[in-house]
Design a protein around this ligand. Structure first.
Ligand code: GYE
Length: 362
């Protein structure tokens, strides 16, 4: 649909169209093509990201709107700042996807990893700029606290694309676009799976993600909203942060087993914490299926735990940001309108499809 058709303001209302088109040219078409084609990015054969046109909305930003001169992306050095340590497959796959796409396009890329230290990430991004990065792709650790970077980027006319977590600020002033999942919806889908597995009744715990970013709050809000609306007999009796890490998930679950030995379900806000929970439950003598576990991400290890019966369901969060991030940067540089909130679709794994869909996991 409308392949070469950039969004024009006069069309904005009728063009709920392809928010993607946003990502202009290939944006709309890419989704359908890639649904069938194996991705060449990180995470093996997994499916590339596909935009959810309706969820993405129709707000756009062009270089002119942003007050930045147009450019040819192939002439630019791109800086990528990773937030968390790459012990989590989400991070490994995300970074690899960015690197693969840069290589495929022949774009010069420099990278950094803040190892979950926010002050480090701020100085990493400043370093990327002093090493000559003229376009930034940032996977932010926290959503607030970016002012020093935003000011420096503005002073140097460096466009910022944020991926996987947003930066709180004003689109097309502080950054060009956010590309990522609908985290509230992920929470709702996790709740649906939990309600289903428990038959609408039981006591459950939430292993919260790291504080300070909206992924954790949104995955909580969507989950709680759906449980309250649909399952009055499901009671949330325990909530604690496992910091999005495997160790965190394990140690919080060990405490949970002490205080709530008969817990019926655990909603872990990412796979790494869910796998930590499995280790803790196993260590406490529980068997697969004794506790319903629902997680978010879609790592291979988690999807394998659906197959072996430990995990009931996994809501995907697709980290293969390379193609869309570079497409957005290219379109922005070329003077086109780019959607400021590019929301991707995520799949879901459960006992019915885990085995056959394992190749999409990362
Ligand atoms: O789910 C989790 C990671 O920000 C969407 O962060 C990302 C989340 C992802 O630690 O595994």
């Amino acid at each position: 649909m409308n392949e070469q058709h950039p969004i024009r303001p006069s069309l904005l209302t009728t063009v709920a169209v392809c928010a993607a088109l946003t990502l202009v040219a290939t944006g709309c078409a890419r989704g359908e093509d890639d649904a069938a084609a194996p991705a060449s990015d990180g995470g093996g054969e997994g499916q590339a990201q596909v935009l959810d046109e309706a969820a993405s909305g129709d707000e756009t930003c062009s270089a002119a709107d942003h007050g930045i001169e147009g450019f040819d992306l192939t002439d630019k050095k791109v800086g990528f700042s990773q937030s968390e340590a790459e012990s989590n497959p989400f991070r490994i796959t995300e970074t690899q996807s960015i690197k693969d796409e840069a290589e495929e396009r022949g774009v010069d890329l420099i990278t950094s990893n803040a190892q979950s230290d926010f002050a480090q990430q701020i100085s990493d991004v400043q370093d990327l700029m002093s090493q000559g990065a003229e376009v930034l792709i940032i996977a932010p650790l926290n959503s607030d606290g970016w002012k020093p970077v935003l000011d420096a980027a503005e002073a140097d006319s460096v466009p910022i694309i944020t991926v996987d977590r947003p930066i709180n600020g004003t689109a097309c002033a502080d950054f060009v676009t956010f590309i990522g999942s609908d985290f509230v919806e992920q929470g709702r889908r996790a709740a649906d799976q939990m309600i289903d597995t428990l038959g609408g009744e039981g006591e459950i715990a939430i292993l919260l993600g790291a504080p300070g970013n909206n992924v954790t709050t949104d995955r909580t809000d969507g989950f709680v909203e759906r449980i309250e609306a649909e399952a009055p007999d499901v009671e949330i009796v325990f909530e604690q942060s496992g910091d999005f890490t495997r160790e965190g998930g394990q140690s919080v679950t060990e405490q949970l087993i002490q205080s709530e030995p008969d817990i019926d379900g655990i909603y872990a806000q990412n796979d790494e914490m869910g796998i930590g929970a499995v280790t803790a439950l196993n260590g406490a003598g529980k068997e697969p299926g004794d506790v319903a576990i629902v997680t978010v991400d879609g790592t291979e290890a988690a999807v394998e735990h659906i197959v072996d019966g430990w995990i009931s369901a996994v809501v995907e969060s697709n980290p293969r940001f390379g193609p869309l991030a570079f497409e957005a940067a290219e379109a922005f540089g070329a003077g086109e309108e780019v959607g400021t909130n590019l929301i991707i679709t995520d799949r879901e794994y459960d006992a019915a499809n885990a085995e056959e869909e394992l190749s999409n996991a990362y």
